[in-house]
Design a protein around this ligand. Structure first.
Ligand SMILES: Cc1cc2nc3c(=O)[nH]c(=O)nc-3n(C[C@H](O)[C@H](O)[C@H](O)COP(=O)(O)OP(=O)(O)OC[C@H]3O[C@@H](n4cnc5c(N)ncnc54)[C@H](O)[C@@H]3O)c2cc1C
Length: 374
């Protein structure tokens, strides 16, 4: 179980194909780090399959973390009331032993079949992953930023206008203007203020949707003169060749003024869009991927769809259904990833014991080196 070690037929394909110079090879690619994608890491891990997880958001958790982090969920077995974020934190802890690799802030864009089987996924940032198994756990689609309707903003996107923060270091020494009134805007004001040359916040009114604690912390930074707060609407971007120099703002009285900045981070919320996966040629039922209910496999062998994204008779879009689908998917994925292997049917308790015994045996075979006599 390791990256770069291809199994069976898949090994031959990758060797003979036109592989790009930098390819990550693994056992399973999971698209979506929502609760169902995260739980798949555990189910695949128990079958000794290593997973790479891709999500367009910059943090794991899907709808739970993005739409209702503080709302309680009451129908997760044995957890009588757990908030969306708590569930995500617990899942992250539970999958830690399986050491998944996350590719966050990346959109799964292109999925191609390798010449004689297996799949190649390319993300919008150029990451190339190959695996015999692909698990689409994409929920209701990718979370996409709501873009402000400022003329010519597309000319600045990716150069000096960004809708997410992949690395805080990219904003070191910059004159950053953050736009929005929700938690993302307030959190990034706090996070970037110590390392940016200047941080300004702009919102259309002097009331904020973010958590009260985040609002208080932002106001304290404003009072200390560490952050500038402006009420109004950005109506124009000023700069050249995609590099921002300032923005023109119209305030509530209709007056206009400029704010100097070299970076704009608009955080105006997110929409869910099916996105690129609608074009991958999988059989669809409106906006959902059709699967069977034995393996949760799609119309393409080796590509599974679980969680809110799939469709079958009687489907319920709840987390519990997605967890069940992940367990069955992982069993069905084993012979695809390891053609000569049968799925491990041990309960996790038995497997845990077996792993402990193996570790003990290993330790006994290799005695600890004795401390040198002084
Ligand atoms: C307000 C609210 C309350 C809810 N309460 C409950 C409840 O009490 N109990 C319950 O069981 N369920 C509840 N649900 C539903 C539950 O949240 C969903 O069933 C669950 O989140 C589905 O998980 P998922 O992993 O399938 O998808 P999601 O949580 O939607 O995660 C999918 C992830 O895939 C990513 N993605 C999609 N396409 C791409 C792509 N092309 N490239 C990269 N990333 C991509 C998305 O960005 C997202 O992060 C609630 C939902 C809402 C909105």
């Amino acid at each position: 179980m390791a990256d770069s070690k291809l199994k069976g037929d898949f090994e031959k394909n990758a060797a003979s194909g036109d592989a790009p110079s930098s390819v990550i090879r693994t056992d399973a690619i999971i698209i979506g780090a929502g609760p169902v994608g995260l739980f798949s890491v555990l189910e695949l891990g128990m079958q000794e399959m290593k997973a790479h997880v891709v999500d367009v958001l910059d943090k794991p958790g899907g709808q739970c973390a993005e739409l209702y982090p503080e709302k309680a969920i009451f129908d997760i077995p044995a957890l009588p009331g757990v908030t969306g974020q708590e569930l995500v934190d617990k899942l992250m802890l539970q999958i830690k032993p399986y050491n998944p690799t996350f590719h966050l802030g990346e959109m799964a864009e292109k999925l191609e079949e390798l010449p004689t089987g297996g799949w190649r996924l390319t993300t919008n940032t150029g990451t190339v992953l190959e695996a015999p198994v692909v698990v689409v756990a994409a929920g209701c689609g990718a979370f996409m930023p709501k873009k402000p309707s400022i003329p010519h903003i597309d000319e600045y996107e990716g150069k000096s206008v960004f809708y997410n923060v992949r690395s805080k270091d990219a904003f070191k020494g910059k004159k950053v203007l953050i736009a929005g009134g929700g938690d993302s805007a307030l959190d990034w004001v706090r996070e970037l203020q110590p390392l940016a040359a200047e941080v300004n916040l702009i919102h259309r009114r002097d009331e904020f949707r973010g958590a009260p604690d985040s609002v208080s912390k932002m106001r304290a930074l404003v009072e200390d003169g560490k952050v500038g707060l402006h009420i109004g609407e950005i109506i124009k971007l000023n700069g050249k060749d995609g590099q921002l120099e300032s923005v023109t703002v119209k305030n509530l009285k209709g007056e206009t003024f400029n704010i100097e900045c070299d970076t704009l981070l608009p955080f105006y919320g997110l929409n869910m869009k099916l996105g690129p996966l609608a074009k991958w040629g999988l059989n669809m039922d409106k906006n959902q991927i059709e699967v069977d209910t034995e393996k949760f496999q799609t119309s393409a062998p080796g590509i599974f769809a679980i969680g809110d994204i799939n469709s079958y008779p009687g489907k319920r879009r709840i987390i519990l259904s997605g967890f069940h689908e992940a367990a069955l998917m992982a069993h069905a994925a084993v012979p695809i990833a390891f053609p000569n292997k049968k799925p491990n049917l041990m309960h996790s308790t038995t497997k845990g014991d077996a792993e402990k015994k193996a570790a003990k045996k290993d330790k006994a075979a290799k005695p600890e080196p004795k401390a040198p006599k002084i």
